[in-house]
Design a binder for this molecule. Structure first.
Ligand code: SF4
Length: 349
């Protein structure tokens, strides 16, 4: 993407009309351009526009399309992982998953992440910049066009901490919900945070009935702070307090993500503490059999252990499920492909 030119995808409908007025186009041409932009087409793909107009548009603007630099497709379940070029040296990744209920996109909200979770490949590859709302939407558009499918669900669980890029992420959710845009219902959007309390407080006040998903990973403050440095600033008790308020104020349950790491956070004691902390609250626990990330020393808990853990949570009255591992053969864990690409790139420099 040419970052020096104005990206037409970043404009509101009113701003777009004002910009295009310089070409004195009839209304139907403006509507054609709007439609193509909504679909994430490049200027070259806007085949029903005269060549001359396409060339003029290119002279003035960027079409904001993200370039696919690599794509891996799982032979096991069809999950496709995309490595995308933002056009300014930054690389992100996103994933397209097929479920019984339809297609779901897992999108990145930042090029890299500052949060430093010890089990995460994104943290190890460094931080580039925040993504704009149009770039986040662009991930969905590029996957939808490439695979020829309609994407009805989105999880903000890729590279980056969404609440560390609050304004752009909220603008993305509002635009993605627009029936004239991606037309994704708020209830089919899920925002995942490592626990930035001020962001959760702000989100609670927005009129956005999306699912809040919180990466918990340990019910013990010290252990959690070792795995997730953010917990040193925003403690576990304060985090759980705001999550309880969130579900009471919004009437929606909070999902807690819990990566099952062998010998680290998968003991009966951990399950008992989760029951003590979360019992009686409106929540759901999503146990994640982690993908092994090289350089972290963490290993996936075995299936028997995960099933026992879930059984203990359920016995304690908590709703818990084990997330189906998608794309196990294509390194689908957060940030692994990007990390490798960044390492390859720095190796070339
Ligand atoms: S797990 Fe999420 S918040 Fe933590 S470092 Fe990785 S991308 Fe950032």
């Amino acid at each position: 993407m040419d970052t020096a030119r104005l990206n037409l995808n970043e404009l509101s409908p009113e701003e777009l009309h004002t910009e295009l007025s310089r070409f004195n186009l009839p209304g139907f041409r403006v509507r054609q351009i709007e439609k193509w932009l909504r679909e994430g087409a490049s200027f070259d793909e806007m085949t029903d526009l005269p060549l001359q107009l396409r060339s003029e548009l290119k002279d003035y603007y960027s079409d904001g399309t993200l370039k696919i630099i690599n794509k891996l497709t799982s032979k096991i379940d069809g999950t496709a992982k995309y490595l995308l070029d933002l056009g300014d040296g930054n690389i992100i990744e996103c994933v397209l998953m097929k479920y019984k209920y339809g297609y779901s996109a897992c999108v990145s909200t930042q090029a890299g992440c500052k949060m430093g979770c010890t089990f995460c490949a994104s943290a190890k590859a460094g931080f580039g910049r925040d993504l704009t709302a149009a770039e986040i939407a662009g991930e969905i558009k590029v996957m939808s066009r490439d695979a020829g499918v309609n994407i009805g669900h989105v999880v903000m669980m890729g590279v980056g901490e969404p609440l560390d890029n609050y304004d752009n992420v909220v603008a993305f959710m509002r635009s993605a919900h627009d029936p004239e845009g991606l037309n994704i219902s708020y209830r089919k959007m899920s925002l995942s945070t490592c626990g930035l309390i001020p962001g959760i407080e702000k989100l609670m006040k927005e009129d956005l009935p999306v699912t809040l998903s919180v990466s918990l990973h340990s019910p013990f403050q010290e252990e959690r702070a070792r795995m997730m440095p953010v917990a040193k600033k925003y403690s576990l008790d304060k985090l759980l307090e705001i999550c309880k308020t969130f579900s009471l104020e919004t009437g929606r349950r909070v999902t807690y993500e819990y990566a099952m790491i062998s010998g680290v956070n998968d003991t009966d004691g951990h399950a008992a503490e989760l029951v003590r902390l979360l019992g009686g609250t409106l929540c759901h626990i999503n146990l994640i059999p982690v993908n092994t990330v090289s350089g972290t020393g963490y290993r996936r808990a075995d299936r028997e252990r995960i099933d026992r853990f879930r059984g203990l949570l359920e016995k304690g009255g908590l709703a818990a499920t084990v997330r189906r591992a998608m794309g196990r053969d294509i390194e689908a864990a957060c940030g692994q492909l990007r990390r490798k690409a960044m390492e390859d790139k720095s190796g070339q420099n």
